[in-house]
Design a protein around this ligand. Structure first.
Ligand code: NDP
Ligand code: OXD
Length: 312
């Protein structure tokens, strides 16, 4: 009997994923039927889901083994109490590499002061303000997980002094690992460039607020690729006005797309990017999902399952 898989995301996702999923499943010797129509919920073994899906009630999916999120961030589904099976976050080499490239690009932009030369082609030879070498620049990353850890490693590889903050202590080569309230104070106070790669949970919401901003190094750069709700928007705007934060590059927002009337659009010290720091790549993530189903077949534990008690 073939497995039944429901693909519940957007129509355009389906167009992009269908061929890759089919070939990845075949490569993993999995006989499966994939459909986008949840007509007979009790018949499905697995659901591939994204926040674009209208599916919220998983109770009728009585035969389900697991749900695979196409997104790494699961805050929109991590509190869904109709889910009684493991929910796997997307952890995928394509997504990780995309985030590494985006974060390194944004860090290098601020480290090298590239805007000064790119935005000011006005005939003035500005041979001052030569940037320090990376070894003399302190970078902090809040969230030292799959994505934060890979970014930390890449930045350390470029020579930066990198520290990361997470719930549990980590062992990333050449990266100092900080935890707890003291660790947060330290990383805020020392980072010249602070990168947010935390998930959105009750413990991380508004972590960048008036008080934590006051503890940051004056004139720091902020880069948010985690979630919009990590930042108190008005506290950030005040900090940009006062110069406490020099510039914020924001990829994620409380409301997406960011409404045209939002003051972030017109603030010259904010760069808005449209939640594109890292995209889940259909080809590599189809292999990730097929590999997970293979693990289930082989009686191995699924990977990257959400810990319901912490919400990520
Ligand atoms: P992980 O779960 O692998 O990493 C999360 C990290 O945050 C872990 O190190 C975790 O600590 C730490 N953390 C969580 N809560 C706390 C807390 N209260 N205090 C201290 N540390 C905490 O997630 P990923 O790295 O895969 O993804 C991170 C986030 O990036 C996603 O949740 C999503 O919001 C965002 N994202 C954004 C994208 C974009 O395009 N902008 C694309 C993909 C993801 P510990 O390791 O100890 O558990
Ligand atoms: C996300 C993703 O969580 O794109 O933002 O995976």
């Amino acid at each position: 009997m073939p497995l039944n898989i429901l693909f519940s995301a957007s129509e355009s996702d389906w167009r992009h994923y269908q061929p890759h999923l089919q070939s990845a499943l075949a490569e993993h010797f999995i006989d499966a039927k994939i459909t986008t129509l949840p007509n007979d919920p009790g018949a499905f073994d697995f659901v591939i889901w994204s926040p674009a899906s209208p599916l919220q009630d998983f109770a009728p999916f009585t035969n389900l083994k697991a749900i695979f999120s196409l997104w790494a961030g699961v805050e929109k589904v991590a509190h869904n109490d109709t889910i009684k099976v493991p929910l796997c976050r997307m952890v995928d080499p394509g997504l990780t590499q995309g985030m590494v490239e985006w974060v390194c690009g944004q860090v290098l932009r601020h480290h090298l002061g590239l805007d000064r030369h790119i935005l000011q082609q006005d005939g003035i030879w500005r041979h001052d303000n030569i940037p320090p070498l990376a070894r003399d620049r302190k970078i902090g990353i809040l969230g030292l997980g799959e994505l934060g850890g890979a970014c930390a490693q890449a930045l350390a590889g470029l020579g930066f002094q990198v520290a990361g903050w997470s719930n549990s202590s980590k062992n990333v080569p050449f990266v100092s690992s900080l935890t707890g309230a003291d660790g947060l104070q330290t990383i805020l106070a020392q980072s010249e460039i602070l990168v947010l790669l935390l998930p959105l949970t009750p413990g991380t919401e508004n972590i960048i607020n008036k008080d934590s901003i006051a503890k940051m190094r004056s004139g720091a750069f902020l880069i948010n690729a985690g979630r919009g709700h990590l930042i108190d928007d008005s506290a950030l705007l005040s900090a940009l006005d006062s110069g406490q934060i020099a510039h914020a590059t924001l990829d994620v927002f409380r409301q997406e797309p960011l409404p045209l009337s939002h003051p972030f659009w017109s603030n010259e010290n904010i760069t808005v990017t449209p939640h594109m720091a890292a995209e889940t790549r259909p080809e590599s993530s189809s292999h990730t999902i097929a590999g997970q189903i293979r693990r289930w077949f082989d009686g191995k534990p699924l990977q990257h399952t959400v810990n319901w008690s912490v919400g990520y």
